[in-house]
Design a protein around this ligand. Structure first.
Ligand SMILES: [Zn+2]
Ligand SMILES: [Zn+2]
Length: 403
């Protein structure tokens, strides 16, 4: 391991009992986006107890903890998210959600608890810290298209002291416990919302010539939108247009005058994201007009693409190899079009998000519940690796003068 000065998973093991206890407490009392009051209070209490400078109510229920090291050093930020989802938990765990219809199904309970563990570990070695570490606990990650990150940025979370780089993790059940998956460059997609309203003219179902059929227009609009991806976006780029809801009509023999649809648009590059509103509006209103109707398009821009900084990717890879051994590092080839509001932070500063393997050793991927599933249950055995990863990235950054 040479000159490695990070935190190994076995050294992180000292803090794991606490991490497990915090995680289970948070899991039992999940809070929806923008309602993370209890969780934020727990976080603030732990950070204050460690002697950190704590700011509460940053961009909603956000909490910022500052651990000051040697003066004159740089500042690295580590981020966790705190919110849960409107799902009814079906894991049957002894510490399952006690709040009806709310569940930590995206693992944000584990992110918050692990980051508290990192705060403990780094506070214990604060004398040796070559700079400052800022801990960002953000609300409302699941609140697309707004997200919780922009509010924290607007309220100064990345300033005073100025943050130079950021690291975060997300539990990822595709990968086995004991691994961290990293990807250079684009890692996750931009996610925008689409609202379409088709207007026609009502008529009797037996006399379509007397009206303008909003359902037929809507059908052609749905198909036409797919031609944007196949004909207007480079085949070497990526985009998805999905119409997820369609509502129209009220009786089998009446031609309806209105159909409402909602969808999501995913892209991997900000340049492509920027093209989509115009392409969608042109296609949908053009098809509707050609059939004698009209289509209103409301396009709401959401999270930007999540792009990892190349130098931070190298640093994080070294942290994983140094702390856990080379076999723990998974280098990811393909990005995903899921979205993550850490992208807002990553647009402001060089950043990396690691995917922390949380599939129990030996379990088959097809038997493991995915994120946002009511049976999602990450392996707590991943906690020492998560604490080790974030702590080692922070230490690696602060100890590398040239970055
Ligand atoms: Zn999620
Ligand atoms: Zn998540």
């Amino acid at each position: 391991m040479g000159d490695f000065k990070g935190l190994t998973p076995s050294a992180a093991g000292r803090y794991v009992d606490k991490v497990v206890a915090w995680r289970r407490e948070i899991h039992r009392r999940p809070e929806l986006s923008q309602h993370e009051e209890r969780t934020a209070a727990l976080v603030a209490e732990v950070l204050s107890g460690l002697g950190l400078e704590v700011r509460r109510g940053v961009g909603g229920h956000g909490v910022v903890g500052l651990l000051r090291g040697k003066t004159g050093g740089r500042t690295v930020a580590l981020r966790a998210d705190m919110d849960a989802l409107p799902l009814k938990e079906e894991t049957g765990l002894p510490y399952a959600s006690e709040v009806e219809g709310v569940m930590h199904a995206c693992g944000h309970d584990t992110h918050t608890a692990m980051l508290l563990g990192v705060a403990c570990a780094l506070a214990d070695s604060r004398e040796a810290l070559n700079g400052n570490v800022k801990f960002l606990f953000q609300p409302a990650e699941e609140l697309n298209p707004t997200g919780g990150a922009p509010g924290m940025i607007a309220e100064g979370a990345l300033e005073d002291p100025h943050v130079d780089a950021l690291f975060a993790l997300h539990v990822w059940p595709r990968y086995e416990t004991g691994t961290v998956a990293l990807k250079p460059g684009p890692q996750m997609g931009a996610s925008d919302r689409l609202f379409l309203t088709v207007h026609g003219r009502s008529a009797h179902g037996s006399a379509p010539d007397q009206g303008v059929d909003a359902i037929m227009i809507a059908s052609q609009v749905v198909c036409g939108l797919q031609s944007i991806v196949s004909r207007s976006i480079s085949p070497l780029d990526s985009a998805v247009v999905t119409v997820g809801t369609i509502r129209g009509g009220w009786r089998y023999n009446v031609i309806p005058d209105c159909v409402e649809m909602e969808g999501t648009v995913r892209t991997l590059r900000e340049e492509t994201q920027a093209l989509m509103p115009e392409l969608i509006t042109r296609t949908a209103s053009g098809i509707a007009a050609s059939l004698g109707g009209s289509c209103d398009v409301k396009y709401v821009k959401g999270y930007p693409p999540m792009v990892n900084d190349p130098a931070m990717f190298e640093l994080a890879s070294e942290a994983v190899r140094g702390a856990m051994g080379p076999e723990s590092l998974v280098v990811v080839e393909q990005p995903e079009l899921g979205a993550e509001d850490f992208a807002f932070f990553a647009r402001e500063r060089p950043a990396v998000m690691g995917w922390l393997g949380c599939r129990p050793k030996g379990a088959r991927p097809e038997d493991t519940a995915v994120l946002h599933n009511t049976r999602f249950c990450p392996d707590e055995g991943c906690f020492p690796f998560g604490v080790s990863f974030l702590a080692s990235c922070a230490l690696g950054f602060l100890n590398r003068a040239e970055l």
